[in-house]
Every structure is written in structure tokens, then in C-alpha cells.
Design a protein around this ligand. Sequence first.
Ligand SMILES: Cc1cc2nc3c(=O)[nH]c(=O)nc-3n(C[C@H](O)[C@H](O)[C@H](O)COP(=O)(O)OP(=O)(O)OC[C@H]3O[C@@H](n4cnc5c(N)ncnc54)[C@H](O)[C@@H]3O)c2cc1C
Length: 478
Amino acid sequence: MVYRLAGSNVVKDLRKILGPDKVDDDELVVKLYSKDAVYFESNALAVVFPTSTEEVSEVVRYAYKHDLKIYPQGSASEIVGSSTPREDGIVISFDRMNRIKEVNIVDSYVVAEAGARMLDVNNLLAAKGYMFPVDPASIKAVTVGGAVNSGAGGMRGAKYGTMKDWVSGLTVVLPDEKGTILKLGGKTAKNREGYDLVRLIIGSEGTLAVVTEATLRIVPQPESLATVVGFFLTLEDLLNAVINIKESRINPFIMEFVDADTVRMTMKALGSKIKGEGHYLLVSVDTTPEATNRVLSQLEEIMRKNSVTAVYTARTMAEAEAEGFFDIRRNYYPASIRLAAEGLKSPNSRMYVYVEDISVPPTKTIEAVKRLRELEKKYGIPMTLGGHISDGNLHPILWFYDHEREKKEKFEDMILEIMEVAISLDGVMSSEHGIGMTKKEGLAKQLEAKGSLKALDLMKQIKRVFDPKGILNPGKVL
Ligand SMILES: Cc1cc2nc3c(=O)[nH]c(=O)nc-3n(C[C@H](O)[C@H](O)[C@H](O)COP(=O)(O)OP(=O)(O)OC[C@H]3O[C@@H](n4cnc5c(N)ncnc54)[C@H](O)[C@@H]3O)c2cc1C
């Protein structure tokens, strides 16, 4: 039998289970935990702050018994509406499960609780000359549990891919009658454990299991990092340089681009030590001190062949940071928001800013950019362009204002068309941000285009097997 509980009873019961200081239903606190980074907000019943896997299990067992919805949350920095709770449930926050439990250099792993910050993991590793390869631009906020569940990527994705390539073990709690605790995978790089449940959970956006701990693979920091920044008058020149770099057997550690409007805004309002006109391309290659000059000249030559207007080079990461080579890329989001804010009619009016996340095979980026610009004209909705260009991952940023009713109505059509551009070019409608609530239609379109809609049925069945009552992060992904 299912008991429908009043919010006050839920809070009372959970306080009995966890202790009074681990359950908060203060209006302001709940509000803070009921918002994601940009779009969605709601009002959960309460927020719980467990401190161990066993406590998470107890909360989940209680939720199962009472048909209470559970919304696991890291830092809520996702941008597809995957972490936002509804009014029918509680947020499980991992703020107090943030220990980095073990670092093993020889065996190449780190074990951390779900709420540990990726930045703290990386700072600890950096002191030993190591790093965790996945580095979302939002790394200052991102938690281990959030990165695992969003399947995060980042600037180093050019060389190292995304979370699914770098997690070897997970401790999870299943949303079943017992709140079953499972340890999946382990501490070795290789592991055949039947069907790969670790990888199924990575990127599942908190819909299959609650992750309490992860074993992450680590690698040494590069011995030396050669970096080149170039400015190009046309995006076509920049994208051709990218193609030539890939043809030349250079495998960049980082390869990022930002379009000319955003570059201008960064230089005007946010500051950049390096100056240039046009679109910005940043290429970092991990190399050895002996090979650095050769790599730098090779990159410079390729850029010159593609009509670069200004080139800057740095022999080491420290030099590149000191000279501000990364400023423009790091300011892509803030500069786009400033561009959008320039059009606000009054300080009280609102604007909506949306970050897209498509990928196409790198050879098709020129065509993709052309079609995106056509959509910008068709809908009259402005767009900046930037992203992880080495793997064809584009993050168009679009915006409109509250008073623009027509644009508001057409906005979802435009987003769908952007995703269709990627799908039609053998690309994907979501690369690293996930599906959440904003990309469900795109997911169906992508599978349909491949004649594989049946995969959606399989996913729904998998969801039911993991979460028979549908209590875990409902309404997301599927
Ligand atoms: C300015 C900006 C830049 C960004 N840049 C990047 C980027 O370069 N690359 C990239 O990939 N993303 C990027 N993101 C998106 C976001 O930061 C990532 O998706 C990040 O991994 C989310 O981590 P989080 O801790 O904030 O998780 P949350 O946002 O809290 O959660 C993400 C998902 O994981 C689930 N979840 C969280 N913790 C758990 C848990 N313990 N158990 C089960 N489910 C859980 C949530 O329910 C949700 O579905 C960016 C976001 C912003 C705002």
C-alpha cells in the first residue's frame, strides 16, 4: 500500500532517520536547492544531507515505502533541467559527502564521494603531478556525482573524451524496497563484469541509481604543453585550420574556438591580454621540451596557411596562463551573456539565454556552422558560437527578451532545428550536457532518424527494472 504523506510528516520522519540537522525544510534553503544553473525552478518538500552511503540507503528505503520522489543533486550546474526537483519529493544533496578517500598513483585511481568537488580532486592530484582528465568549464562548481551522472566532458575532451572513459567503479544505492547498496566495477583499469552497469549509470542523469562514491582513473600531467592562439577573419579559415591540424597527425590536448562577436565583447568588457580581430582558435598540445619548438612551428605554419591575422605562442602552460591565452575561451559564457544583456530595454526586464550542445564529425563543422547561421537569420534570434572544436562539439548560445513574444513562441522550434542540423550531418543532439527536460524530443528525433526508436523502448524498460516505482528523478531523460 502506498501512503501519501504530507510534507510536514516527511520532514518529521526523515529527521527521525537522519537526525534533525540533516534535513532542512527552511523555505529559503529549499528554494536554493530547487533551481538549476539557468532555467528551471520549483519547490521541493525538503533537502536532506546524508553523510554516508548507508544513510542514503535509509532515505531511499523510506522514499520507496512511501512513494516519495527523490531528486539527487550535486551543484545543480547542469543546463538541461536534469537536477531540478518537483514539489512531490525531496532533494538528496551530497554537500556533506565530499571526502576524497584514496589516491593511488601507481594503480592510477582516486576514490571520492559523490559530493567531492572535481576542482578539489584535481588540486590534490596536481600536487602529485597527476590529473583527472575530464575538465568541464564549470569545474569550480562540479561534483563527482554530478559529473558521473551528467556524463560530463570539457576542454580536454579533444584528447581524453568524457566521463564514460574515466570511471572504473561506482558505489550506488538502488531505488528499491531495501535501498540496496551495490559496488559496481572496481579499481583496475580493465574489468569484465558481465553487462557494463558502470557505464549504463554514467550519464543516466540520476534516473537509475543514486551514486554515493566513484573510482576515477587518473593520468600524469603533461610534461610540457605548447599552446598557440590564432585569430581568423572568417570561421571557414579557422575551421580549415582545425582540419589541417587533424590531418597533420597532431593530437591536441585542447582545441577550442570562440566566434568574433564574443571575442570583441571579451576584449571590451572582460579583459584579455592577447589582442586580435576575428574568430579565436586555441590549440594546446602535450609534448616534450625537446619537441616543443617543432610543434609550435608546425601549428603556426598551418594557421598562416589559413590566413591567420595574429598568432601567439607559449612554450609552457604557465606561460600561456600568464599571457592570458585561455581568457577568451573561459569568458565565452560570460561574454555571450553580456552581449545578450546589451539589448535589454531596462534593468528590470528579463532575458532568456540558452546553451546548446551539439556535435558533428569535425569534417562537417563548416557545413554545420553555415546552417546554424541560416537558422539565426530565419528566426531572427541572435546566436554566438564557440566550443570544443577538435571533436566537433559546438555550444551555440542563443537569447531573446521577455517582451519578444514571437521569438519566445518560435524558440523551441529553433532549438529543435539546431538539433536536426547535427543529426542530419551524422552528428548528435547532445554531446556532454545530457537530455534532462530540454532534449527529450531531440533524443527521439535522433533515434528515429537512425530507424532505432526501439532503443527508446529499451531505455524505458531499463528504467523500470532499476526504478520500479518511478521515484528517482522522474520526468528526466525519457
Ligand atoms: C557556465 C557553465 C559551463 C559548463 N561547461 C560544461 C562543460 O564544459 N562540459 C560539460 O560536460 N558540462 C558543462 N556544464 C554543465 C554542468 O556543469 C555539468 O553537467 C556538470 O557535470 C554537472 O555537475 P553538478 O555537480 O553541478 O551536477 P548537477 O547539475 O547537480 O546534476 C547533474 C545530473 O546528475 C544527477 N546527479 C547529481 N549527483 C548525483 C548523484 N550523486 N547520484 C545520482 N545522480 C546525481 C542530477 O540529478 C542531474 O541529473 C557547464 C555548466 C555551466 C553553468
